[in-house]
Ligand binder design. Sequence first.
Ligand code: ADP
Ligand code: MG
Length: 245
Amino acid sequence: MDKQYKVQVKDLHKSYGKNEVLQGINLNVLPSEVVCMIGPSGSGKSTFLRCLNRLEVPNGGHIYVDGYDIADPKININKVRENIGMVFQHFNLFPNMTVLENVTLAPIQLKKANKEREVEEALHYLEIVGLKEKANVNPKTLSGGQKQRVAIARALAMKPDVMLFDEPTSALDPEMVGDVLEVMKNLANQGMTMIVVTHEMGFAKQVADRVVFFHDGNIREQGTPEQIFDHPQHADTQNFLDKVL
Ligand code: ADP
Ligand code: MG
């Protein structure tokens, strides 16, 4: 394990039956780095992210986050998830709680923190995502974009070291996408380490420090946005970009 990295993935393998979905992934992420992952549907991007916070158990390899090997079967998974926030395509908010309760639930339960302080902090994170005034409403009254911003506030409330995003804007109406990307951009500018699976090539160009192209369970190519978007070296990358740009 190399201490300079926030996340270090070594030779990660994951199979479902005979289908080898991740075929030996290596990836190092520096503190405050923003890595955008692009690639065709089915190439293994979501599986990769899910391995990173142990929603999936890898079949082989190592994943070091702040010194802990998450791929180790003996790891304390709750501890891991406290440090790695995840935002999904479909927000997964708790429907029978207010927005504020959604944001405070995990910190109060897992960190056994002081309730009043957690409420104060939750309001702070809701302010960051521009939804402080919605604290006491039920999430079902919110738009998709607002729900996703609540999901981001909920993840931030755990004070994670790393944030993972799996196509956070794919399920949103087009007019909602900008607000969510803006929140993510601000997070990036404040130094959050982020791994973002996205189809938003504009966001990747503008915000990513590095773009990683997934293809058939492998990282086919990676580089700066300029390298990947303007000078792709691999035919698979070029083909993919021809389809999406
Ligand atoms: P992506 O996010 O790039 O679209 P995924 O990681 O979702 O790709 O899927 C990669 C491959 O793994 C696909 O072939 C998919 O069918 C398969 N897969 C994903 N999750 C499961 C699962 N829980 N069980 C079986 N196969 C799965
Ligand atoms: Mg996916």
